[in-house]
Design a protein around this ligand. Structure first.
Ligand SMILES: NC(=O)c1ccc[n+]([C@@H]2O[C@H](COP(=O)([O-])OP(=O)(O)OC[C@H]3O[C@@H](n4cnc5c(N)ncnc54)[C@H](O)[C@@H]3O)[C@@H](O)[C@H]2O)c1
Length: 335
């Protein structure tokens, strides 16, 4: 926070106006805390949206652009997105296209935002429920991670952030997965940093997702389709829970297609199924959600492409998967 304050001291005067994007919860829980810790924060305006994934939409994007115009924001305005992944994804996109782009700062306040969503420059909105269908790559001027915000984050959302950290361990760092599996504490600053480092290193090597960055989509091919399906059914599941389910299914595929060790599958999947309450997916047929897979940006030339694991910490991208293989894995995962 001190470093952010110093940065504001140096940079704030170069901006004509400052706008905070918050949701109803971060307006209440985080904005006052943030403003109280920053001595050099000039006057600002607040753009507030309700909380929830439904807000990450084209309609809300349009409303925010219109609100900025109405408030007279010019090209030297700064937008600070203070919130979870919904607010940082939306805020990054608003800033990327308002008057062809204004500067933005991301201040993630959820564990998922800190360990994943705010890193790597991807932003966007969902279109008719299909996840992240519109968006651009654009990095913020600054990324401010202050784990103290997690004091007020409800337990269920802590678990969501953990899903992405588990993903980082499974694709790139077996020792990190072992630590997360053993750990009693919900999160630690060291774990947040470890997760951030894994994502940052991968994104630095492949910023535009031409190759290695695709590894970060482990669990997300199924996870996003399931998230869209649940959203459309009017009983939204959180991103982290859907990714946890996606990882279970994609590990089943990994056993069949890449020889992932079955005993490790049992260990990872029983951990995920217990922690994330995934047994109820037994009642959901593959045919109910499979149509959402066609929206997945990773699927090339009409073929489904997955990130699969050879072992914990060893992942491969662009693995072709046939519909019957996926259906089998889905059925096996939650039996
Ligand atoms: N851009 C990327 O690379 C990327 C990566 C992963 C996920 N995502 C996106 O992130 C989104 C999920 O993010 P999320 O799980 O943070 O969801 P979210 O933004 O909806 O936040 C979860 C809930 O926690 C509340 N909250 C956030 N911080 C709080 C705090 N400190 N105290 C109290 N309440 C707080 C929010 O108001 C919300 O109700 C999804 O839309 C997903 O697609 C993006």
């Amino acid at each position: 926070m001190d470093r952010f304050d110093d940065w504001l001291g140096e940079e704030a005067s170069t901006y004509s106006s400052i706008y905070f994007l918050v949701d109803a919860n971060t307006a209440e829980q985080c904005l006052v805390r943030l403003a109280a810790s920053l001595k050099q924060l000039p006057e600002f305006e607040i753009l507030e949206i309700p909380a929830g994934e439904e807000q990450k939409s084209w309609e809300v994007l349009g409303q925010l652009l219109a609100a900025l115009a109405e408030l007279g924001a010019d090209r030297r305005a700064l937008l600070i997105a203070l919130g979870g992944g919904v607010v940082t994804d939306l805020g990054g996109f608003v800033a990327s296209i308002y008057k062809r782009g204004i500067d933005h700062v991301l201040v993630p306040t959820s564990l998922l935002g800190m360990t994943d969503a705010a890193i790597g420059g991807k932003n966007g909105v969902d279109l008719d429920g299909a996840k992240n269908l519109a968006g651009v790559f654009r990095h913020p001027r600054a990324l401010v991670v202050w784990p103290d915000f997690l004091d007020t984050l409800p337990e269920e959302f802590i678990l969501d952030g953990r899903a992405e950290s588990i993903k980082h361990g499974l694709i790139a760092d077996a020792a990190f997965w072992e630590e997360l599996k053993r750990g009693e504490e919900a999160w630690s600053a060291a774990q947040v940093e470890r997760s951030m480092a894994i994502k940052t290193d991968i994104c630095a090597e492949d910023p535009l997702e031409k190759g290695k960055r695709k590894l970060l989509n482990f669990g997300h091919t199924v996870g996003h389709a399931l998230e869209s399906h649940m959203l459309q059914k009017g009983m939204p599941w959180s991103h982290g829970r859907c990714v946890a389910a996606g990882m279970c299914v994609e590990i089943e595929l990994s056993v069949e297609l890449l020889g992932f060790p079955p005993e490790k599958r049992d260990e990872v999947n029983s951990y995920l199924i217990d922690r994330f309450g995934l047994k109820e997916l037994k009642e959901t047929a593959f045919s109910h959600w499979r149509s959402w897979l066609s929206y997945d940006k990773k699927n090339a030339e009409g073929q489904w492409r997955f990130v699969l694991l050879k072992d914990v910490g060893e992942a491969e991208y662009d693995q072709p998967v046939a519909p019957e293989q996926l259906e089998r894995a889905w059925t096996r995962a939650f039996q």
